[in-house]
Design a protein around this ligand. Sequence first.
Ligand code: IVH
Length: 690
Amino acid sequence: MAEKRMEGQERQAPETVCERVRYLTQEIDRHNYLYHTLDAPEISDTLFDAMYHELVALETQWPELRSPWSPTLRAGSRLLDGLPKKDHRLRMYSLDNVFSQGEWQDFLDRMRRAYEGQGPFPEGFYCDPKLDGLAVELIYEQGVLAEAMTRGDGSTGEVITEACRTIATIPLRLRGEQVPELLEVRGEVVMFKKDFEALNADQKAHQRKLFANPRNAAAGSLRQLDLSVARSRKLTFLAYSLGASKWGPEKPCASHSELMQRLSAYGFLTPPNGRLCRDFREVTEYAQWVRDNREHFPMEIDGCVIKLDDLKAQAILGFTARAPRFAVAFKFPPLKVATRLKTIEIQVGRTGVLTPVAVLEPVAVGGVIVTRATLHNEDEIKAKDIRIGDTVLVQRAGDVIPEIVGPVLEKRGSDVLPYVFPKKCPVCASPVYREPGQAALRCENLSCPAIRLKSVLHFVSKAGLDIPGFGEKWVEQLVQSGRVVNPADLLTLTVPDLLQFKRMGETLASKLVAALDDARNNTSLDRLISALGIRHVGTETARTLAEHYHDLEKLSLATAEELQTLQDVGPEVALSVRHFFSTPANVDFLAKLRQAGLWPVQKASTSAAEQSKALAGKTVLFTGTLSVSRSEAQKAAEAAGAIPVSGVSRKLDYLIVGDKPGSKLAKAESLGVQVLSEEAFFALLAKKQP
Ligand code: IVH
């Protein structure tokens, strides 16, 4: 085992090493299953880690020994390029819903009628909770996980194999002696309520965005391109049905309950508390039991699923265009819980809109603690007659943000007064204004500190110029002190300016100033346009505008008619752009930007300085893992005058490939696009850059 590999010299691994790798692979896989799926660990974490690290070391030394189901494939440290789309072999149907006993009876009658002429109807229904997560299909070839896909629109999904490999309850290889040639296992990826609470607590501690519910958190985590993030999120897979299958010597299952047992034997978790019910009444009782115990399930559920147990009968009944005729979801009404409305807070957004937010006595709704709920606007509060101090019903349905259904009038105290929406901005005290025909009230004072703060925050955020180091705390201090009135003022900050702030040191101040310099010199026009925060103008529209107008001056002179001739620019966007450039405060802001030296010009043809840049006007695209982060590489390319694009086409000038490039490389090669290694790309930048 101690033998070292000589460079350039092909050597075969000694049999002892092969055996050790086989042993470790098998044992780690088994202990992973014992721990995560059966919840019955046999060894300590320390021992497990030691075995794991030994396997990593051996596989690094002898890569050819790495098994296609090696537990080290779960490590997930790559950054993906995107999620390719692919068709499902068999359509992933949705389910029809019933909401009452009566509707369930109607569904059963329909099933029976559809079965007429086929012999006695095989009563017997397999029922299990309806999991509120993301439907996923796992494709096993010869028992090894080959590919995983999201449901997508049912016929086409996104390939999420690597993110799925990071989920410990997804077997990388089916357990058991005999496995089918092909097996597509379908099920739900969910985040347990306790894992969701922990994730949001962590997001909060790091001042990151909170997820509205476990389902959104699961979806966001699965579609993560950064696999190390995907891996850090605790997700669970539960299997409930099959897609395509090709069986070997073993017999296919005859019933859904048998299928559930077989899936467990293959190493899958299945939805908890599944039960075979004999008739209509047992199903109804089961549905009621699940509903009564809803709070005690570890994951969110929103009903139960009733499936005709006999698989032959399932095949006879088949599908409508949308859903199976042999299965139905018995949905529960959304959960409603009463709590006290402590107060109503008014938030002022970047565009000046005043949004009322209900601050609630914390309450658990379906396992998720709710402390705040949006009240949307003044009309909503009036229509529902919601008052501070009321006991209110809070509702949370599936992926919907918590909402206030209304007050519990019997519990209203005699001293509770109707809510009066403020006539003044709660931050700057300017009168608020309601545009005719609109529900939103706005603070129209462009120098309102709340609007200023939000627009400066947007300017430095990822959606804006992406200037590192300017967190909310610093921006707040800068705006509060009056030193930064609009985002352009940031660019004039000096080290001595910054040193005036509490807890600011020389090193940090120099870093911040360097980051501002970098933004001044290297920001592309489309990024700047998106950073301006013009309503309805996101990154895509910003790109279109930049490509067409080349600089902010030309854009500011464009008429609404002219703007509408551009792709994806409709009347609303055009008017919003016009409104932005004709607002005096913005004219002033743009002048300040220009003065501060942040005035990018798009494309090589417009200026000699730009033209001399290494990649002036060239389109570039990155693929595979680079030694620097994708955004750093992109910024470097933009600084050299390049235009990053998102797909391979004949028009692409350079495809820059890192480690393990995906399908983009093959496509680029087939189209004759020039391919550069990362080194060649940086060499090119270094050579020609002024
Ligand atoms: S069985 C052909 N069982 O809910 C029937 N589906 O809203 C196969 N779902 O697309 C589905 N929990 O992805 C089944 N226990 C469960 C389920 C479940 C959630 C999903 C399923 C379906 C969606 C419909």
